[in-house]
Ligand binder design. Structure first.
Ligand code: URA
Length: 243
């Protein structure tokens, strides 16, 4: 890890403040003054500021139940970032392991451990993400088996090179069962990748339209009884899934 990052992780200092302290010559690595912010260090090095030894703070892992009209970004845009909700020190040093659109609700994983989030996000790791999807057009029994087969064999999304990876589609309810006007079918879709607007684009490619989207599960991690807008630390078992 870079020396300036190590300092930030193990103190209250921001990256700019860490760089200032480095310039001042107060930082030593294994007894030698170190001024290079990009110097690579690890936990076995003895790193001191003004003689005080730093100990690396462990990485942080959270789950949040995202509300609509919030965004999965480290910068506020039209809507506020979900990181405002995580009431911990230096929340904006965290990042989101698999973003959701502003109008999508549900499970978001948040961490400062880049390797861990790579294991969640990378299509090569084949981590399953399950979405509850509300659709404008009804999926009747005839359409269902065709659609299940299509999603399983992969869809060609506009602007993408290959087909989508096999996805599992299950119908939960139809309009006549749910008596709803805003949508005609409710389905669960499990995918193992996270292309831009992937779920919405998959249903668009299949001639339907997503009118509501909620992420329920990532790997074995679920929201459980976490209420909308709430967050908590992940348990050791949850963290271990992607370590
Ligand atoms: N797919 C989408 O289209 N949107 C999301 O927010 C997540 C997956």
């Amino acid at each position: 890890m870079r020396l300036d990052k190590f300092i930030c992780k193990s103190t209250e200092l921001t990256r700019t403040e860490a760089k200032k302290v480095l310039k001042s010559g107060e930082v030593q690595v294994n007894g030698e003054v170190a001024k290079n912010a990009a110097m690579q260090v690890h936990e076995n090095n003895t790193i001191t500021i003004d003689g005080q030894q730093l100990s690396a703070r462990g990485s942080r892992y959270y789950i949040l139940h995202k509300l609509v009209d919030t965004i999965c970004s480290n910068v506020d845009e039209v809507y506020p970032s979900i990181l405002h909700s995580i009431e911990v020190d230096k929340a904006f040093d965290l990042h989101i392991a698999g973003r959701l659109d502003a109008d999508t609700t549900g499970l978001v994983l948040i961490t400062d451990d880049g390797r861990w989030s790579h294991n969640v996000i990378s299509p090569k790791k084949q981590c399953q993400k399950t979405y509850r999807v509300w659709l404008r057009t009804e999926i009747d029994d005839d359409k269902l088996s065709t659609l299940v087969a299509k999603f399983d064999s992969g869809l060609q999304l506009q602007g993408e090179d290959g087909l989508t990876r096999p996805a599992i589609l299950t119908r939960v309810a139809q309009a006549d069962l749910v008596d709803e006007e805003s949508y005609k079918s409710e389905v669960l879709l499990t995918i193992t990748e996270g292309k831009y607007h992937q779920v919405k684009r998959m249903f668009a490619a299949a001639g339907n339209r997503v009118v509501g989207l909620h992420r329920e599960q990532i790997g074995d991690i679920t929201l459980g009884d976490l209420a909308p807008g709430e967050w908590r630390e992940l348990t050791e078992d949850e963290i271990a899934q992607f370590s």
